[in-house]
Design a protein around this ligand. Structure first.
Ligand code: HEC
Ligand code: HEC
Ligand code: HEC
Ligand code: HEC
Length: 413
């Protein structure tokens, strides 16, 4: 069972639209669904058949109480107010109960439902459920919705100018230019900021990064972190065996084979050898300021630096444990498991989200995340969403074609 409030679920009434009643004339092309009706019976729920009389009574209540915010057609023209037209009836009823009990905040609806009887709630839910759902293209007040680019794709696009030196996919072919694969995204971002702030003095890199925003830097770092690592395709320097011995003191932070055990210390495995020498020299001469590394390299001469570089450059770099963020389409597949194909729920207890107002979808998803709006199913789901995911999913569902659903009660076996 999907609902968290089990006791509420038990007393909840499944509101059925009387088959063939005039109120369902909007149902051309509607989805017929019977499975949930069966499920409700098992839970001891009672079906309430709302016919023309009940729906007319619901309309009267809507006219008296709800119309100034939700409109008589249930299609909202006000920011923050959701469309109700065609919403699933049992869901509407349960939300009205939640407002009445204060579980969804008392103030949002200005006390509109506070003194309504249970029958009134059923009727007004049935009325709004019977209406034609809003459509994105025709919905009044629908503004164009901005879609945020996928961070990995955006990172790839921003990294196009870097490929000339750092190589396609961050594998360098130029001695002195580092690999950007197999580096923790946090380290790459810190390195970029180091160039921008002159903590690392390098005019070329400073100029290259001048136009990148914080978001660009994060996206670029994520893009490189997700590429398949390989050793830099550059010549080596120094003596690898001698370097291995000398590098024993470095293993505590950079790992035995240059795969770091400490997120702040960069991976060195497979890095371009010439770049490693330059970096060590930079720590020593102060053009790259870092208190930890400065002390460690103070006593190293150029020959030892080259040997260490040869050792690390020869080690195989390892893939990072950085999850690839889900795309909006991948997320939507997860959401559709409960909310129906393209957000057209076929469960009377689960809200349809197709064609809903974009800013309402955003707000509600944030409300679940901050627990302003309590729902065990949605809180867990929304915890995993980033701000960009929320914007994209809201934009995606707001654009889906909303479809009416007919719930068909069938006799039990
Ligand atoms: C003062 C304006 C106002 C009035 C009057 C009002 N509502 Fe609402 N309604 C809202 C707002 C705003 C929200 C969104 C609240 C939120 O974000 O939780 C809402 C949410 C809802 C929801 C939840 C929808 C969803 O998708 O979860 C339902 C159901 C609802 N209203 C039904 C009604 C009914 C029925 C009436 C009349 C009895 C009514 N409202 C009167 C402003 C109003
Ligand atoms: C003209 C060649 C060139 C271009 C183009 C270039 N870089 Fe670099 N990059 C370098 C060189 C050379 C270094 C080594 C500088 C040093 O010694 O500190 C470097 C170093 C770096 C480092 C430090 C890596 C580490 O291990 O600390 C990062 C991160 C980086 N570049 C990112 C980028 C990004 C992102 C772009 C594209 C926006 C870019 N670079 C474009 C030449 C280039
Ligand atoms: C106490 C932990 C620690 C030890 C021990 C240590 N390092 Fe580091 N190393 C770091 C940190 C932290 C950084 C990143 C500093 C920065 O932001 O510039 C770093 C950076 C580096 C870099 C720059 C890599 C790049 O991609 O730009 C090289 C090269 C390096 N270390 C080599 C060594 C060598 C060789 C030794 C042994 C002599 C050593 N480190 C020992 C913590 C350590
Ligand atoms: C496990 C089932 C489940 C999954 C998966 C799920 N939801 Fe929900 N969703 C629910 C339930 C149950 C509710 C009603 C909760 C309540 O009563 O507040 C809901 C409510 C919502 C609402 C509020 C609708 C309204 O009209 O107020 C939105 C928006 C929403 N979900 C979006 C999503 C998105 C986007 C995803 C995918 C990231 C998703 N849901 C995944 C079960 C689910």
């Amino acid at each position: 069972m999907k609902r968290c409030a089990r006791n509420l679920y038990r007393i909840a009434l499944a509101i059925m639209m009387a088959a063939g009643a005039a109120i369902m004339d909007s149902a051309s092309g509607a989805i017929a669904h019977a499975a949930s009706v069966e499920a409700e019976k098992k839970d001891g729920l009672r079906a309430v058949y709302a016919g023309a009389v009940e729906v007319a009574e619901g309309k009267r209540i809507a006219q008296a109480t709800c119309v100034r915010c939700h409109g008589l057609d249930g299609i909202s023209t006000t920011r923050g107010v959701p469309h109700l037209a065609g919403q699933r009836p049992a869901y509407l009823y349960l939300e009205l109960k939640a407002y009445q009990s204060g579980a969804r905040g008392k103030k949002v609806m200005d006390g509109a439902v506070e003194f309504l009887s249970d029958d009134a709630l059923i009727n007004v839910a049935a009325y709004y459920a019977s209406l034609d759902p809003a459509q994105f293209a025709t919905a009044r007040g629908a503004k164009s919705v901005l879609v945020k680019p996928d961070p990995v794709q955006a990172g790839k696009a921003a990294a196009a100018v870097c490929a000339g030196c750092h190589g396609e996919d961050g594998i360098s072919k130029i001695p002195g230019t580092p690999n950007l694969v197999a580096l923790d995204p946090k380290y790459i971002v810190a390195a970029m900021k180091g160039y921008k702030s002159d903590q690392r003095k390098h005019d070329v890199m400073k100029a290259m990064l001048a136009a990148l925003s914080e978001t660009d830097m994060n996206n670029v770092a994520l893009y490189y972190a997700l590429q398949t690592p390989a050793r830099a395709q550059t010549p080596t320097v120094g003596n690898r065996e001698a370097g291995k011995t000398a590098a024993a003191v470095c293993a505590g932070c950079h790992g035995n084979q240059g795969v770091s055990t400490n997120p702040a210390a960069p991976n060195l495995a497979g890095q371009d050898a010439q770049y490693l020498v330059t970096a060590l020299q930079a720590y020593k001469n102060g053009s790259r300021s870092d208190a930890t590394m400065k002390g460690l390299v103070a006593a190293l001469d150029d020959r030892v630096m080259k040997d260490m570089a040869a050792f690390y450059a020869a080690q195989p770099p390892q893939p990072l444990n950085v999850p690839r963020p889900l795309t909006t389409a991948e997320w939507a597949q997860k959401c559709d498991r409960c909310h129906g194909v393209n957000g057209n729920s076929v469960d009377p207890f689960l809200p349809a989200i197709a064609g809903q107002r974009v800013e309402y979808l955003r707000k509600v998803l944030r409300d679940y995340r901050t627990r302003v709006h309590q729902s065990s199913a949605m809180s867990a789901m929304s915890d995993a969403l980033t701000e960009a995911d929320i914007e994209n999913l809201a934009a995606y569902y707001a654009r889906q074609k909303a479809r009416a659903v007919v719930f068909v009660p069938v006799p039990g076996k």
